[in-house]
Design a protein around this ligand. Structure first.
Ligand SMILES: Nc1ncnc2c1ncn2[C@@H]1O[C@H](COP(=O)(O)OP(=O)(O)O)[C@@H](O)[C@H]1O
Ligand SMILES: [Mg+2]
Length: 158
């Protein structure tokens, strides 16, 4: 089964378009189980831009803000809820306990997590790692499956 997928992203619009493809692939899965993606990459790599593409790709037409200060933003679209986390400013992983972090990983939710390493082991393990690397103005995206569901998402993209 496919474990890895790479894509060259020449510009910002292509990142949004890839986000739409990715959310469509996730929504085509028959499972209603939570899907968790860890978005990895330096500041400015495009983690939030990809998230915006996914959220708007699912049909949300409002503004998608970076959750830098709120830690998480919620987008309910049809039967799905996307939780977009940015844990960059998380001072102590225990804050996640106070937020009731486990409840975010329920059925019909999709968790997109920037700076997941700050959450230590309080987060659900990822189905997919999304690694974004700089190539001047372009980016390279690598998806690495970490579960059977992650493999199925990659299969939908190929
Ligand atoms: N190919 C590309 N893909 C995504 N973003 C790009 C690309 N080229 C330039 N950019 C710019 O890089 C920045 C990415 O910012 P952002 O998505 O907030 O990054 P992060 O969340 O990883 O810190 C945006 O200003 C965007 O316009
Ligand atoms: Mg960001």
């Amino acid at each position: 089964m496919t474990e890895r997928f790479t894509q060259y992203i020449p510009h910002e619009n292509a990142m949004c378009a890839f986000g739409k493809q990715l959310i469509n692939a996730i929504c085509r899965l028959p499972s209603r189980q939570n899907v968790t993606l860890y978005l990895n990459g330096d500041l400015g790599a495009g983690k939030t831009t990809l998230s915006r593409g996914m959220i708007q790709g699912l049909g949300y037409s409002g503004n998608v803000k970076s959750p830098t200060y709120t830690l998480v933003e919620e987008y309910a679209i049809g039967e799905k809820i996307i939780y977009h986390f940015d844990l960059y400013r998380l001072a102590d992983p225990e804050e996640l306990e106070f937020m009731g972090i486990r409840d975010y990983f329920a059925d019909n939710t999709i968790c997109l997590i920037e700076w997941a390493e700050k959450g230590a082991d309080l987060l659900s393990p990822p189905d997919l790692l999304v690694n974004i690397g700089y190539a001047e103005n372009a980016r390279n995206i690598e998806l690495v499956a970490q579960s059977t569901m992650g493999q199925q998402i990659i299969q939908q993209l190929t």
